[in-house]
Design a protein. Structure first.
Length: 362
């Protein structure tokens, strides 16, 4: 008796099944990676910041090393970068201190202006309701004073964690800038010979993409901050310099960071200068969004990997769900690096397959 022939399987299902288990394995690895990063997220953030510092400062250190010993060039480059950051923070602090008295007075007047505006058509909000809201806010702060104090204490602990993370980032960047290529060569030398070439190709593609994205996003953030700062200064909105710095930091979260920072600027403009200036700031949100979306971000992605806006949006949302603000910042460069490595390995595989055919034709 002959055995029954195996059931016929549609080629599409066979291919889908082959890819399905690979997707499950990759998904499990990604989940495990995020679980480990969530457990030791301070270390992951510190190493990411160290790579960002390296991408920004290593070209400067390489130029300085042409006329100086490399350790001295690295030290001077890092000290110059730290001095630049501290100078910007000092400028922001001085601007806040200078505008503090004026800002408090304008905000009090602005709150009264907003209340009067809400009491008129078309809103017609009851003045007693607004007074009741202010009273309830005061009562909540009084009754939850211990909670506010505990949050402040926990904020101090978070500050210590942030300072520790920054210290580790600077410490790691010293070695990355000084001898990162030798460290990568040592790591590659520990791998089996069968995968060493592919790891080298993927590593070069990953670093090229990461540095291109870092340089580009810093350019986008700087241009946005300058535009916002100049516009708010011309409009007479207080705290123009701190709001410009907020715009610079928010630009590292693509698509959603810049509008949120400009919305904060619009609230400040509404409270200090009234609805007309706030409307101009809202128009500024649209204009800067168009410049960023149609000019700056295409330039960034031409230096790194051109991703579809839908992929960028999904990456940012997924990153924020997985790791909050840090995940939103890291998501897009991570996806860009992964895609760049995949493309580089695919092209290398194609080139390897074509070489024997070319030799046979010769």
């Amino acid at each position: 008796m002959q055995p029954a022939p195996p059931p016929h399987v549609v080629p599409f299902l066979r291919t889908a099944a082959a890819y399905a288990w690979r997707v499950l394995v990759v998904g499990a690895l990604v989940y495990s990676l995020f679980a480990v990063l969530g457990r030791f997220h301070e270390i992951g953030v510190a190493l990411f910041l160290g790579l960002v510092i390296t991408a920004l400062l290593r070209p400067v250190a390489d130029i300085a090393a042409r006329g100086l010993p490399r350790p001295l060039a690295v030290a001077l480059t890092l000290l110059g970068g730290i001095a630049l950051v501290l100078g910007i923070l000092a400028l922001v602090g001085e601007a806040v201190a200078d505008d503090r008295t004026t800002l408090v007075r304008e905000f009090r007047q602005g709150i009264e202006r907003i209340e009067n505006w809400l009491e008129k058509p078309p809103f017609r909000v009851n003045p007693e309701a607004l007074s009741d809201v202010q009273a309830k806010v005061g009562q909540w702060l009084s009754s939850h004073r211990s909670t506010v104090v505990s949050e402040a204490v926990s904020g101090a602990h978070r500050l210590v964690a942030v300072l520790t993370t920054l210290a580790l980032a600077l410490f790691s960047s010293v070695f990355f800038i000084h001898s990162g290529d030798r460290q990568w060569a040592w790591f590659s030398g520990q791998l089996p010979g069968s995968v060493r070439d592919r790891v080298g190709i993927g590593g070069r593609a990953a670093w090229r993409t990461f540095t291109g994205y870092t340089h580009g996003i810093v350019l986008v953030a700087a241009v946005n901050a300058v535009l916002v700062g100049v516009a708010l200064w011309l409009l007479g909105v207080p705290l123009a310099v701190p709001l410009a710095l907020l715009e610079f930091m928010a630009a590292f979260v693509p698509l959603i960071g810049s509008p949120i920072a400009l919305a904060v600027a619009a609230v400040v403009a509404l409270a200090s200068k009234g609805p007309l200036v706030a409307g101009i700031v809202v128009a500024l949100i649209v204009i800067i969004g168009q410049i960023e979306g149609h000019l700056l971000h295409p330039l960034v992605m031409s230096w790194a990997v051109r991703l579809h806006p839908l992929v960028v949006a999904i990456s940012v949302i997924a990153g924020s769900i997985a790791a909050g603000v840090v995940g939103a910042v890291v998501a897009v460069p991570l996806v860009s690096v992964v895609w760049a490595v995949y493309v580089a390995l695919r092209e290398n595989r194609r080139a390897t397959r074509e070489e024997p055919d070319t030799a046979a034709d010769g």
